[in-house]
Ligand binder design. Structure first.
Ligand SMILES: [Zn+2]
Ligand SMILES: [Zn+2]
Length: 558
């Protein structure tokens, strides 16, 4: 190998977390980006809709960017694209067909014009000055998922994308031979999906799930309601085929489910459009001839299933002959809201089936421990870096790599921003670059800082207190007594004494300030907060957000 500069690999998202995946490979004047996902915030991040990557590095090196490569169409891989396009110029997006369709829809929804797409498949190759990129078909819980192989001047990087091994999948089987061939040719560094590294065994085949669903749907007399992940298009496809077999028409509820079905019809994954009927046609059919396919597997309060369970859905009311199937698994943190929905369904006398050891109505899209060993053995990399997971998963994944013969010193557990250097077939650490969480509130990127989050936390716990002051800035007098209102702090009407005390205190602070200091709007505001907060805290034990609103009047005479 002739002497070259090092190739660097860095994650801007995806390490230490499940979400906002983004892996960046740089060689000299070229950068390729793999995935641009989004993360949904934890409960503590009030009012934050999304968390995305800090892309300062990409902004600083914008001219080098050759393209964004997408492994598959899940939100944690494509959800950040609208925000990325608004911040950095991306000359091309290389994506599999289903992912591309989902991205186009996403950009349309946000009125972003972008059309520089290349649709990739198992045979597609990207050639740039320094890189050659190949794609390998994998199995995952959304059709059209790929591993990405990047040949660099310093060695080959194999990025698995999200994957599992399923030898009897619905849809095409993964191209295991191509994986093995690349492995045989020599892989320097493997980056592999760690989501299920802590789960022993092999994941179930999608065929097993389909058999189970087939049995349950076939045996049930009465209406069937199935909630599943909309993006699991092969599952949806199978549900449609099973319903056809048992002579049931399908009613769809939930926007993402509608989008998925439309996408599946457009791409020929589902062919019989006549299987779907409108909710208001339901009366033309017996209940045993109906299946409702909907979103809401996570107990999301506004999703179709939750409204059905609550009895607030306009078109569906439950009867005891209904059967509800959760063809899904709980996303960590959602167990409580899912249980709430299930309890409500039981209260209505409905039978509920969710995934358990007794009924395989769902299987994960991510490789479990034994499958991860398979990937390590097939690709047989010299170096290993676990990705896509919390640190406990990444750590466990390196232990699995060690079991498969990769020496500990050749494994790299990294954080977002940690640089890995590839040089002449050797891998080493190379410092860090800026990386972190950027909060998106609605469509505003980045202007919700941690201070805003802190304010929202305070407001949600201790409420807010607003005081309106009328001040004559010329005579330096308070014109009328301060007006105080509160929300989420105390009930104003039930605490007249407290409110009077607060009003007096504010008058005192303001009068003092006006007499002793040079009047300045900001200083007065700060002074009120500074003195009032400890006063209120002492009286109530609370620390509400205090918002002084000052109306200035400039009159010579009062
Ligand atoms: Zn995925
Ligand atoms: Zn993922």
């Amino acid at each position: 190998m002739k002497d070259t500069n090092a190739t660097s690999i860095v994650a801007l998202g995806g390490l230490g977390e499940v979400g906002k995946n983004m892996y960046v490979i740089t060689h000299d004047d070229e950068i390729i980006i793999i995935d641009a996902g989004v993360m949904f915030p934890e409960i503590g991040l009030l009012g934050v809709d999304y968390v995305i990557q800090d892309v300062t590095y990409l902004k600083q090196n914008e001219k080098k960017i050759k393209g964004l490569i997408i492994t598959h169409g899940h939100e944690d891989h494509i959800g950040g694209i609208p925000f990325l396009l608004n911040q950095v110029k991306i000359p091309k997006i290389y994506a599999p067909k289903i992912a591309k369709d989902l991205i186009v829809k996403k950009l349309e929804d946000r009125e972003i014009n972008y059309d520089k797409f290349e649709v990739v498949d198992n045979n597609y190759i990207i050639n740039t000055k320094h890189f050659k990129v190949e794609f390998i078909n994998t199995t995952h819980s959304i059709p059209d998922s790929y591993a990405v192989v990047v040949h660099t001047p310093n060695g080959t990087i194999f990025e698995t994308g999200d994957f599992k091994f399923d030898l009897t999948p619905i849809g095409p089987v993964a191209d295991i031979h191509k994986m093995a061939k690349i492995g045989d040719e020599g892989v320097t560094l493997l980056l592999s999906d760690s989501t299920n590294a802590l789960v022993p065994g092999f994941s179930n085949s999608e065929s097993v799930v389909d058999d189970t669903l087939n049995d349950i749907i076939g045996r049930h007399i009465g209406r069937v309601i199935i909630a599943t992940f909309a993006s699991n298009i092969y599952r949806v496809k199978h549900i449609v085929e099973t319903c056809k077999k048992y002579n049931r028409k399908i009613i769809i509820f939930g926007r993402s489910m509608e989008t998925s079905i439309e996408l599946a019809l457009n791409n020929g994954l589902i062919t019989d459009k006549s299987m779907f009927i409108d909710a208001n046609q339901a009366n033309n059919f017996k209940r045993s001839e109906l299946c409702i396919l909907c979103t809401g597997t996570q107990g999301e309060p506004l999703a179709a299933l939750s409204r059905i369970a609550n009895g607030t859905h306009k078109q569906v009311s439950l009867l005891p002959d209904d059967l509800v199937i959760f063809s899904s698994s709980p996303i960590p943190g959602n167990a409580e809201s899912i249980n709430r929905t299930i309890n409500k369904l039981y209260l209505k006398g409905v039978r509920v089936i969710s995934n358990s050891e007794f009924s395989d109505v769902h299987t994960s899209g991510h490789a479990k421990l034994e499958e991860l060993k398979w990937m390590l053995r097939i690709v047989k990399p010299k170096y290993f870096m676990p990705m896509h997971g919390e640190f406990r998963m990444l750590k466990q994944h390196t232990d699995i790599a060690k079991m498969c013969g990769i020496p500990e010193e050749n494994t790299f557990v990294c954080s977002n921003g940690d640089v890995i250097l590839l040089k002449n077939g050797e891998v080493s650490r190379g410092g860090t670059i800026q990386a972190g969480d950027v909060y998106v509130d609605g469509s505003r990127v980045g202007d919700v800082g941690s201070v805003v989050i802190k304010d929202r936390k305070l407001m949600s716990q201790d409420g807010i207190l607003i005081t309106i002051l009328n001040i004559n800035t010329l005579t330096r007098k308070l014109l009328i007594k301060p007006n105080v209102t509160a929300r989420g702090f105390v009930l104003v009407n039930e605490n007249p004494e407290l409110m009077t005390k607060i009003e007096h205190k504010i008058s005192e602070i303001v009068t003092n300030f006006l007499q002793n200091s040079i009047y300045n709007y900001t200083d007065l505001k700060n002074q009120i907060i500074l003195e009032l907060l400890p006063f209120i805290n002492e009286l109530t034990g609370r620390r509400p957000i205090i918002l002084p609103v000052i109306m200035e009047v400039n009159k010579k005479e009062d």
